[in-house]
Design a protein around this ligand. Structure first.
Ligand code: PMT
Length: 402
């Protein structure tokens, strides 16, 4: 089940007897490649020890909202931003009620309010408590707010009753969690995505490049595949695993990247996240350049313009819906809007790379998307996986409207 591979799951454990199944759930999620951080309520700790879940998840368990040491390590806002999914299993009747009311009186409920990630609950309670009108009203409210419910199932219960209210088994929950990453928004569409840096050779041992790690482009490819698209990812030299169900083409220089993109056409949507070198040395020396005393301390390299991949593809007769990125260190929105016009794009993603916590080689990003009407849509700081999923959803909407 590759859909959980590298997904970041905050597992909330509430205070119910089904908490013992959470231990197995942590194992299943990790077996499927997910990273798991556990948050326990006070009640959860009465049923299963934090030490068990720490050993199984490989990370300290998060317990208290007002613990300065824990907040200094990974505070509630960081946890909320880190998550690709918040899964609460077991979700007791009390937890459901608090979440339905937006109460944030412990760490878990606070994380739920603070996160932009999807939230899913695995209810677990006595059948009469599940059937109670108050719980059913809370269920309706939670569903109306986009919170997903996995189960409950029906059968014999720990208290001896028989009926609805059993928490689903760990493997069923892992599968339901994986389904959260499958949207189908781009089913039947071909997306071409560029990622990473390019390298432009000076001689056989030296080259010109930039700080792009490929993380943003790879996250977009993964999100597009989750949305059901056929994805071709053309990438410069990076050290990242290929996302599941993505066709990866490795290239080195800007000219290689253009050739690979042209070979991959036609496509429905092009997302150009690569940081392509605008210039390359006019001549690549056949042998390693030696220090030349006649030129003193300097070395002059004559550079020539590289082809603009995005502008080239946006100028074709079979032009796809074109989304560019603009990495800027100043006048972000103005320069991005200019690139949108000059390259004939549908959307441009403005990326402030002057801030080291977002942009090149960072885990997080924060971007603004500008459209042809100069309308700006902001995506606040979150993991690149998160930003990628939000961008893919946004792009899919705009593509359908075009
Ligand atoms: O890879 P990461 O470490 O995760 O970092 C992500 C990122 C900062 C590289 C990425 O989010 C980003 O902003 N990529 C674009 C970087 C850039 O160099 O932009 P630009 O302003 O030079 O180019 C504008 C657009 O034209 C980009 O879509 C670029 O891919 C495209 N372009 C540029 C030059 C060229 N010769 N061909 C192109 O296709």
């Amino acid at each position: 089940m590759q859909r959980l591979y590298r997904k970041r799951i905050v597992l909330g454990v509430g205070g119910g007897i089904a908490a013992y199944k959470s231990a197995e759930l942590v194992r299943r999620l990790r077996d499927h490649g997910a990273e798991v951080r556990v948050v326990m309520t006070q009640g959860g700790r009465e049923f299963i020890t934090p030490l068990t879940l720490q050993a199984l998840s490989g990370h300290p368990v998060h317990l208290d909202l007002l613990d300065p040491a824990a907040e200094a390590a990974m505070g509630h806002i960081e946890l909320a931003r880190w998550a690709d999914l918040v899964l609460i299993a077991p979700a007791t009747a009390d937890l459901m009620a608090r979440l339905a009311q937006g109460v944030a009186n412990d760490l878990l409920t606070t994380v739920v309010l603070a996160t932009n990630a999807p939230v899913a609950l695995a209810p677990a309670m006595n059948q009469a408590m599940w059937a109670d009108l108050a719980t059913q009203a809370n269920r309706e409210q939670l569903l109306a707010r986009g919170i997903r419910l996995f189960g409950p199932g029906s059968g014999s219960q720990a208290c001896g009753d028989i009926g609805m209210g059993r928490m689903l088994e760990a493997e069923e929950l892992a599968r339901a969690a994986a389904d959260c990453f499958e949207t189908g928004m781009l089913t039947g569409k071909h997306l071409l995505i560029t990622a990473g840096p390019t390298q432009e050779n000076i001689d056989p041992v030296r080259y010109i490049t930039n700080h792009s790690s490929g993380k943003m482009g790879f996250a977009l490819a993964e999100a597009a595949a989750e949305a059901g698209a056929r994805v071709t990812l053309v990438t410069g030299p990076v050290f990242l695993p290929t996302p599941d169900r993505v066709q990866r083409i490795d290239v080195v220089s800007a000219r290689d990247m253009l050739a690979a993109c042209e070979a991959a056409m036609p496509c429905d949507i092009l997302i150009a996240a690569a940081a392509v070198a605008d210039y390359r040395p006019e001549v690549v020396a056949p042998h390693k350049l030696k220090k030349d005393p006649s030129t003193g301390d300097g070395l002059l390299l004559q550079m020539v313009r590289n082809p603009d991949i995005l502008a080239t593809l946006a100028g074709r007769a079979d032009r796809p819906f074109c989304v560019g990125f603009a990495a800027e260190t100043e006048n972000l929105l103005e320069y991005a809007a200019r690139k949108l016009r000059d390259k004939n794009l549908d959307l441009i993603v403005a990326n402030d790379v002057a801030n080291p916590s977002i942009g090149f080689n960072s885990e997080d990003n924060a971007v603004s998307v500008i459209d042809r009407q100069q309308h700006e849509t902001r995506f606040g700081q979150a993991s690149k996986g998160h930003i990628a999923r939000a961008l893919v959803a946004f792009i899919a909407e705009r593509y359908k409207e075009s």
